[in-house]
Design a protein around this ligand. Structure first.
Ligand code: NDP
Ligand code: OXD
Length: 306
């Protein structure tokens, strides 16, 4: 079996060593223009030339959960695209989102500012009933985040395309229910895939529907958010703040207003990192299943966009 590796911005050697250790009989090589046909590919942001030269792949494993960039390319029609299905990301995402929600709810930024000025002062405790959290997207990551927020007893709502039942989570679904879902939330967490339907979904109109003093946490993709609309709603005082991990342009340009905005906390697309060991184990397990003719989780539907 031949496996080709084509991951931009990723150090190849440890991935090749890990794949080779798990599949000693396979040939595992870094792709170069003109490389021979492979059976499977492990990719992140491959060039179009790679896809054009590898038309007979049985599967293309994306070493991330989001496939929006990959689906912009012309893919070999018969090749399955398989994304990472958790592989250690959901616990990281739950940590990140709970941290952001709790930091805002408990006003830890305010305490930090007070302490830095030598002030010992208390703030009135807030009621979590007044902080319903909505999670856009109840997939692998969104469901884990919703469950983690329940542990802290926040009222939790979720929105997905198809109907869901999750214990302790008020589930809404479909475009007709988006506005009523948003109207019931004060904190909004975005965990949608980026597709033609979800692009720009966080905009002046939708974010205005959040309860006054709303808070946005965007951990999915920068192109979900109309950035100027967020700044306007923060400056108008309808939104109290935002934690953003993803941006339309990454790295965030030095001149971007988000860097200096007092209501915005930023991190450099790090909320849930790809973990090499877990990812290799998942890819190797899926190759074995596909070789046995069995179905695997995480197969992308290009028509749906995720
Ligand atoms: P999944 O595919 O498992 O879940 C996607 C969820 O979004 C599903 O619940 C789906 O609904 C819902 N959804 C999709 N389209 C719509 C729509 N038009 N209307 C309503 N709901 C919709 O994805 P993951 O949870 O694994 O990942 C989500 C995203 O998180 C990734 O696509 C990626 O962009 C981002 N991500 C960001 C990371 C970071 O470090 N910042 C790391 C990893 C991922 P249904 O269940 O009905 O299909
Ligand atoms: C992913 C990401 O999609 O890192 O996995 O954003």
């Amino acid at each position: 079996m031949n496996i080709t590796f084509c991951c931009t911005d990723t150090k190849a050697e440890p991935w090749l060593a890990g794949l080779h250790a798990a599949l000693p009989d396979a040939s595992v090589e870094v792709w170069q223009p003109g490389s021979p046909q492979a059976d499977y590919a492990v990719v992140w942001a491959p060039p179009q030339q790679f896809l054009d030269e590898q038309p007979r792949l049985k599967a293309l494993f994306n070493i991330g959960a989001g496939v929006d960039a990959l689906l912009q390319l012309k893919l070999p029609p018969a090749t399955r695209v398989v994304r990472l299905d958790d592989a250690g990301m959901s616990v990281q995402m739950a940590e990140y989102v709970c941290h952001a929600v709790i930091r805002h709810f408990r006003e830890f930024d305010g305490y930090e500012a007070d302490v830095s000025q030598g002030k010992w002062s208390f703030r009135k405790p807030r009621s979590r009933i007044d902080f319903p959290v909505g999670v856009l997207g109840l997939g692998v990551l969104g469901e884990r985040v919703a469950q983690a927020l329940r542990v802290f007893e926040f009222p939790v709502h979720g929105w997905s395309r198809s109907p869901k039942t999750l214990e302790g989570v008020v589930c809404h679904n479909g475009p007709d229910r988006l506005d009523s879902f948003l109207g019931q939330c004060r904190v909004l967490v975005n965990l949608l895939p980026l597709t033609p339907e979800t692009s720009d979904i966080l905009n002046r109109r939708t974010l205005s529907l959040l309860k006054p003093g709303g808070y946005l946490i965007n951990v999915a993709r920068g192109a979900h958010l109309v950035e100027a609309d967020l700044i306007e709603l923060l400056d108008r005082g309808h939104l109290a703040g935002a934690t953003l991990d993803v941006f339309r342009t990454e790295p965030l340009p030095a001149s971007h207003p988000f860097w200096q905005h007092p209501g915005i906390r930023i991190t450099p697309h790090t909320s849930a990192r790809t973990l090499r060991t877990e990812s290799i184990a998942q890819i190797v397990g899926k190759i074995a299943a596909l070789e046995r003719g069995e179905p695997v989780a995480g197969v992308v539907d290009p028509a749906r966009g995720y």
